[in-house]
Design a binder for this molecule. Structure first.
Ligand code: ATP
Length: 259
């Protein structure tokens, strides 16, 4: 087991995620010396032009990609201090992932797909994991589809199952990359409502989106341009009901950056 470098003792209200000097380059620089704190319970939307580094930022924050330099801490744990096995355990047990496509396994029924990360984590007995999977599927409105093959259900139902799978290990942070990008507008709204409920229940949510209307659901919007955060907008100042004002604030921030 590798040693786990730890940051100084976290104080109350300390960020759940903290990036310092985060830099990532492939052939060219993608993220440049980025500092970011995300507090527990925040719903952060990451926006910006195509190629600005949104997905790369999400991947670095979630330990899917290692930064070229700089650090990412989950509470007191420095992700860079973990070897691949420990990093993968951390991702499995403490993070949940929702992608544009649910990427479910075609050889498993929906329930078996949902519970798979719970079984892999090995923290709870199978019956307990299955009971949680069934509860999640019922909450997400797909309880009757437990035994269904993934080819028998709609894109929205697949995405609901993908969200259940992301929640199976009760993650501290849920990362979503364009979670509604492949859905029609009605289904997208339903999925956004579900993500909103998950946030309202206390989860931390970090979501990449191209869509200002989607970002307006967040409590905070980051605008990324050329790998730098050029706008950090607090939407928490607006009440939930002030949807129009939230959307205008996001649109103004994007216009300032000509995104
Ligand atoms: N694995 C990789 N190998 C090489 N280059 C990469 C890799 N991942 C991303 N890039 C490059 O990094 C840059 C930023 O990509 P990224 O996907 O983070 O941007 P984005 O803002 O999410 O874009 P989009 O909105 O189009 O999805 C792009 O130029 C991309 O080609």
């Amino acid at each position: 087991m590798s040693s786990t470098a730890q940051a100084p003792q976290a104080s109350p209200g300390a960020p759940i995620l903290r990036a310092r000097g985060l830099t990532k380059a492939y052939n060219a620089p993608v993220l440049e010396d980025l500092d970011l704190d995300i507090a527990a319970g925040e719903f952060v939307a990451i926006m910006g032009p195509s190629g600005s580094g949104k997905s790369t930022l999400l991947h670095c924050l979630s330990g899917m990609t290692r930064p070229s330099s700089g650090s990412v801490h989950l509470e007191r744990t420095d992700l860079a201090s973990l070897d691949e096995r420990r990093l993968s355990e951390l991702r499995l047990s403490r993070f949940g992932f929702v992608f544009q496509q649910a990427h479910l396994m075609s050889t498993l029924c929906l329930l078996d797909n949902v519970v798979l990360p719970g079984l892999l984590a090995g923290r709870r007995p199978r019956p307990e994991v299955e009971a949680r999977g069934k509860r999640l599927m019922a909450t997400m409105g797909i309880g009757e589809l437990e035994g269904s093959d993934i080819t028998e259900v709609s894109g929205g139902q697949l995405q609901r199952a993908g969200i259940c799978r992301a929640l199976i290990n009760e993650p501290e942070v849920i990362f979503a990359d364009e979670p509604t990008g492949a859905l029609n507008s009605t289904t997208a709204l339903q999925i956004l409502d579900l993500l909103g409920q998950i946030h309202a229940s206390g989860s931390t949510l970090v979501m990449v989106t191209h869509d200002a209307q989607v970002a307006a659901r967040a409590s905070r919007v980051l605008v990324l341009v050329d790998g730098r955060i050029v706008e950090d907008l607090d939407l928490g100042a607006y009440q939930e009901a002030q949807a129009g004002q939230r959307l205008e604030a996001v649109s103004r921030a994007l216009q300032r950056q000509s995104v």
